[in-house]
Design a protein around this ligand. Structure first.
Ligand code: SF4
Length: 103
């Protein structure tokens, strides 16, 4: 018989024992203007301030890479649902490369 114990820690893990930032409440989609101001790129940021460059500046990631942002642990992770299902749906709509959009 297998006993399943649900704890706060296990709720933050997927089957692969990874946290997917895309499934976290703090992972936010932002528009970053190009030099041509009526166009923009899509980027993601962590509004819990966890993504930093070496010198401390905030780091944004390209939106099309968001499904690759994984962590072993994060003390600010706030899941928005079942990660597998969420990622499956997300991958259907994610662009395959960095796109430029019009405002
Ligand atoms: S709070 Fe942690 S899990 Fe959530 S987006 Fe930021 S780094 Fe990822």
């Amino acid at each position: 018989m297998v006993e399943v114990i649900v704890s706060g820690e296990s709720q933050t893990m997927t089957d692969s024992h990874k946290i997917y930032c895309a499934n976290c409440l703090h992972c936010k989609l932002v528009k970053v203007p190009t030099e041509n101001t009526n166009k923009y790129y899509l980027r993601v940021r962590c509004n819990a301030g966890k993504w930093r460059k070496k010198l401390g500046e905030e780091k944004y990631y390209k939106y099309f890479t968001v499904a690759r942002r994984t962590l072993e642990l994060c003390d600010s992770y706030e899941p928005m649902g079942d990660p597998k299902e969420f990622l499956r749906e997300l991958k259907k709509t994610l662009p395959i490369k960095d796109e430029v959009y019009n405002y």
